[in-house]
Design a protein around this ligand. Structure first.
Ligand SMILES: [Zn+2]
Length: 421
């Protein structure tokens, strides 16, 4: 019997994805149903329900659960089970008005023009969007990317049980790493792992992340490098580049039997501490006993304190989750310690001085900013090996070189009037 942590609020995973004949039948039936367009965030949530990552949800939430999640992190319709962020779907008023009680509708992803699933609409309701933002994001500032999406939602929320019909392009595009929770659990069991730490990633994996993974391997049977392959902010590094860079790191600096790379289709909400809790819920469904929570987990800008995501795990009711956080401080290489270190271990407060050629000139803690890193790379100057492994830098440099060429071409076209429109 599996010694992995059980799914959230349930003995078994509850995937809502139809397969085989049942799926074919439902697709035929859906052709006769009213189309409800859904956003990329809603699509990501729907796929998470499809693969069982959002066990035990059976569809998009009604008003009671929306309110419960916002105010008390609980779902009243599920015995007040813990859930940190509302999972809802919205539609324009005219469309919502045209849908009758218990009418089945077809859910269409507008980005890819794909039939994603069907839903029996059991409830229609409106919400106080600002309240959701205040509770979930701790701000109503529309410069916050998560707030922006909630405020831009259509007027009416539709709730009800769903049947999921597609995982979109994820299984194909991320063949090597896309896994359903049941598949991840099987991989963990095959390796004989009982305790697994998930490392959440949405940025390239530099030495500081690798250090977190190494620590996790010391205290758990294995580490699941689980990265987001859903939508990010513009300017962030795309998943396929990150996957390559992680492979390079894992293949050269980890024991293969201690690490698995995985990807999940969710879109970032940038809800900081609340999102760390959502990350914990679905990692438990994937079979992870621990979640590494670093500095400013799932944050954006300076909306959250660097360790708010640590604190929130101590504020939720005891037993709300079977997964435990592995709270880790800000990590870096320290030239005086002569090793990787963290704010918790290293007594040397001064920053390391790195000159324009990427050479160490004194000081202690190596804290490179993204801008500095990109400057060194774009000028072909060495990035300190203490910051990132050369294999990782080579992959990122290749990505930026191509990107910059594209930008140049575009600028050139515009400047010479070659570009139409
Ligand atoms: Zn130090």
């Amino acid at each position: 019997m599996s010694k992995l942590v059980p799914p959230h609020g349930s003995d078994t995973l509850k995937p809502l994805l139809l397969e085989g004949e049942a799926r074919e039948e439902e697709i035929k039936r859906a052709a006769g149903l009213k189309k409800v367009p859904i956003t990329s965030r809603e699509t990501g949530d729907l796929i998470m329900m499809g693969i069982g990552a959002f066990t035990p949800l059976d569809g998009f939430m009604g008003k009671a659960d929306w309110q419960g999640c916002c105010d008390t992190f609980t779902m009243p319709t599920k015995n007040n089970l813990f859930w940190p962020i509302p999972i809802t779907l919205s539609a324009e008023k005219a469309l919502a008005d045209s849908i009758g009680a218990n009418e089945e509708v077809a859910l269409w992803d507008t980005d890819t023009d794909t039939l994603m699933g069907t839903m029996t609409v059991t409830e229609k309701y409106t919400i106080d969007k600002a309240h959701e933002c205040e509770m979930v994001f701790k701000t109503t500032d529309e410069a916050h990317p998560g707030v922006q999406k909630v405020m831009a939602q259509a007027e009416v929320n539709l709730a009800g049980p769903v049947k999921v019909l597609s995982e979109s392009f994820y299984p194909e595009m991320f063949k090597e790493i896309y896994q359903r929770p049941a598949e991840a659990r099987k991989m963990f069991e095959e390796r004989g792992w009982n305790t697994v730490a998930a490392l959440q990633l949405r940025n390239p994996m530099h030495n500081s992340h690798a250090y977190l993974a190494w620590i996790a391997i010391e205290v758990c049977d294995g580490v699941y490098i689980h990265q987001l392959v859903g939508k990010l902010k513009p300017g962030d590094i795309p998943a396929e580049v990150r996957v390559k860079a992680i492979d390079a790191l894992v293949n050269n600096y980890f024991r293969k039997e201690r690490v698995i790379q995985g990807g999940y289709p969710l879109e970032m909400r940038y809800a900081g501490p609340r999102e760390a809790l959502l990350h914990a819920v679905f990692r438990q469904n994937y079979g992870c006993s621990h979640l590494i929570v670093g500095r400013d987990h799932a944050g954006v800008g300076d909306y959250y304190g660097p360790f708010d995501a640590h604190k929130i795990f101590h504020e939720i009711p005891h037993g709300a989750l079977k997964l435990q956080p592995l709270c880790m401080d800000w990590t870096f290489y320290c030239f005086k310690c002569g090793s990787m270190a963290s704010m918790k271990t290293c007594p040397h407060k001064e920053k390391a001085i790195i000159d324009d050629n990427g050479q160490y000139q004194g000081g202690a803690r190596l804290l490179l900013s993204g801008t500095m890193l990109r400057k060194l790379m774009s000028e072909g100057k060495p990035v300190p090996k203490e910051f990132s492994k050369p294999e990782v830098i080579a992959i990122l440099k290749d990505y930026y070189d191509h990107l910059e060429k594209k930008v140049e071409v575009k600028l050139h076209g515009a400047a010479t009037g070659d570009v139409k429109n």
